[in-house]
Design a protein around this ligand. Structure first.
Ligand code: HEC
Length: 125
């Protein structure tokens, strides 16, 4: 690689981590919109949910834990002791699901890793 290209990529790299970490900014922005238009009906815009009805997604170890389990829950929904979490597999495509999950894993006080559209695709049954 020519030296000038190396220098440029070093300069870019020195700024990039902040812009990109903890997840691709564009994905997070898209996820925020989708979350606020859809998921926030139950889980609330601030991610706190409603006591005894909808679980809080903020400060929730499940949400920032194993990405496969979070992807499965969002795609397939879940019937649990709090009630019925709807399925989203037919409403959102892989990119939208990845965006929403990346957002909830990094919103509020959460500091989880990003989820890619490929990871979502692999979990579809
Ligand atoms: C109609 C209300 C409703 C909507 C809308 C909704 N959820 Fe849920 N969600 C629930 C309920 C109820 C549960 C708990 C189910 C149970 O008892 O296990 C839940 C559980 C979850 C969990 C698992 C939490 C845990 O601690 O196990 C995640 C993650 C989640 N929802 C994410 C989302 C996302 C992302 C969206 C938007 C795409 C969304 N939810 C939209 C009602 C909703």
């Amino acid at each position: 690689m020519p030296v000038i290209a190396l220098v440029i990529s070093l300069i870019v790299a020195s700024f990039a981590p902040q812009a990109l970490a903890p997840g691709p900014e564009a994905l997070v922005q898209e996820g925020k919109k989708l979350f606020e238009n859809t998921c926030a009906d139950c889980h609330r815009v601030n991610g706190q949910g409603l006591p005894d009805k909808f679980p809080a997604l903020d400060r929730n170890p499940f949400v920032v834990g194993d990405p496969a389990k979070v992807i499965d829950t969002v795609l397939q929904g879940r019937k649990g002791k709090l009630g019925q979490m709807p399925t989203w597999k037919d409403k959102f495509n892989d990119q939208q699901v990845a965006a929403i999950i990346t957002y909830v894993r990094q919103a509020w006080s959460n500091k989880g890793t990003a989820v890619t559209p490929e990871a979502v695709k692999n979990r579809r049954k």
